[in-house]
Ligand binder design. Structure first.
Ligand SMILES: NC(=O)c1ccc[n+]([C@@H]2O[C@H](COP(=O)([O-])OP(=O)(O)OC[C@H]3O[C@@H](n4cnc5c(N)ncnc54)[C@H](OP(=O)(O)O)[C@@H]3O)[C@@H](O)[C@H]2O)c1
Length: 228
């Protein structure tokens, strides 16, 4: 199995590299040139393609021959960075490749998610401040995911809850819709978010799903998760 990790140098990205190497996968990582040093611990074990993740030529080279592509979608700036990244991956990955994208609970696939007042207020204020500072454009991530949902690719969009650091607790549980009581704890270990992304590569039940995830040991998961 050969996998490309787009955004490999970030926190989520590096956890994904570790999980992929643990499984014996061949790994190609894409990250900004200035961040290549953050992948030093994997030197000799992965191939690094430096460059912006929305650079179509960089992505074309990185995803060639890959069975799977794990993409960290982050809406940096106000020039469609997320959308450009997702589109480049979809255009250049082999047709049969599994494509797994990361985002947050705020992305909705079918409008059936139910958000609390605090969550909605946070997204609105953060979105407004991000655009004002021209630092982050949440709508860019929304558009990126809209294109993924509409595509004919073998996609999964993993929607992360709030995140924390710490040892792995195991594969998060998931639901199709935010508002499901199983998600109420709204917390996942970042290492396990990465685990879910990597596991999704080989779980065909997740093709064309947008799972919202939560840590498997959180109170809501313990109370409401169905036994596997
Ligand atoms: N943080 C949360 O609480 C949270 C909650 C739910 C879901 N998520 C989702 O989780 C994913 C990643 O989250 P994370 O918090 O763990 O972040 P992360 O892995 O640290 O990812 C940040 C990524 O953004 C890149 N980046 C940073 N500044 C940039 C810039 N100015 N221009 C271009 N790229 C830049 C980083 O690359 P460099 O290494 O080059 O800096 C890295 O690849 C995202 O899809 C996010 O929507 C996060």
């Amino acid at each position: 199995m050969k996998v490309c990790i787009v955004g490999a140098s970030g926190k989520l990205g590096r956890y994904m590299v570790r999980h992929a190497l643990d499984r014996g996968y061949e790994v190609v990582g894409v990250c900004r040139g200035k961040s290549v040093g953050k992948l030093e611990e994997f030197a000799g074990r992965i191939t690094v393609v430096p460059g912006a993740t929305d650079d179509r030529e960089v992505i074309r080279r990185a995803v060639a021959g890959c069975d799977g592509v794990l993409t960290v979608l982050v809406p940096w700036g106000v020039k469609g960075y997320s959308t450009g990244t997702a589109q480049a991956v979809m255009d250049h990955a082999p047709a049969a490749a599994r494509l797994v994208f990361s985002c947050g609970w705020h992305i909705t696939r079918d409008g059936q998610d139910v958000y609390g007042l605090t969550f909605r207020a946070f997204v609105k204020i953060f979105g407004w401040l991000g655009r004002l500072a021209r630092a982050v454009d949440i709508n860019d991530q929304v558009e990126a995911c809209r294109r993924v949902f509409a595509s004919g690719t073998r996609w999964t969009v993993v929607r992360g809850s709030d995140l924390e650091e710490g040892e792995s607790q195991g594969l998060p549980v998931w639901s199709r819709h935010v508002g499901d009581p199983v998600l109420e704890s709204n917390l996942t270990r970042r290492v396990d978010f990465a685990l879910f992304m990597v596991e999704a590569l080989v779980n065909d039940e997740l093709v064309h799903e947008a799972p919202a995830i939560v840590g498997c040991r959180t109170p809501s998961a313990r109370a409401y998760a169905q036994p596997a």
